[in-house]
Design a protein around this ligand. Structure first.
Ligand SMILES: [Zn+2]
Length: 158
């Protein structure tokens, strides 16, 4: 910007000191072209500022997306450890492929949460999700068998 002002000032000085009309006209033309250049430069400056803002927005968005991808990848890595099974009690749940064997709530998995089903230790054989509290019939229901009969028949063996 300073350079353009210097050129305008210099051409004004020259135009004032030169008596030749042709040269004066040329100097005025240079001055007007220089002012046009100055306007274009201001436009370019504004465009540059806008582009910088846009670049910043794109970078921010990019960081957000990269974080999302990371999150998704770690979720995929977690989920691959489980498979959907139907248990003996006819519950359809996710079962951990490794050890210790445990089950995860399918409803919570759809919300990207792994909730390990807790054994209710009841005769219904049900497990409860600590997240959504839904109960799943993981194990088959136990029939109340009279233990006295077994123990009386075979008191030493269980
Ligand atoms: Zn759940």
């Amino acid at each position: 910007m300073g350079t353009i002002k210097d050129i305008v000032d210099l051409s004004t000085q020259l135009a004032n000191s030169v008596s030749d009309r042709k040269i004066t006209a040329d100097l005025n033309r240079i001055q007007s072209l220089t002012l046009q250049l100055q306007a274009e430069e201001a436009d370019l400056h504004e465009t540059n500022m806008k582009l910088r803002e846009e670049l910043l927005e794109v970078k921010t968005e990019n960081n957000k997306l990269a974080a999302k991808i990371d999150q998704n990848n770690s979720w995929e890595e977690q989920l691959v450890e489980y498979e959907l099974v139907t248990t003996e009690g006819r519950a359809t749940v996710y079962q951990f492929k490794g050890n210790p064997v445990h089950y995860a709530c399918p409803s919570c998995i759809s919300k990207k949460q792994i909730q390990i089903l807790q054994d209710g230790r009841n005769i219904a054989g049900s497990f409860k999700c600590p997240g959504c509290e839904v109960v799943f019939p993981v194990n088959p229901a136990k029939r109340k068998s009279p233990p006295k009969v077994r123990s009386s028949r075979n008191p030493l063996r269980y």
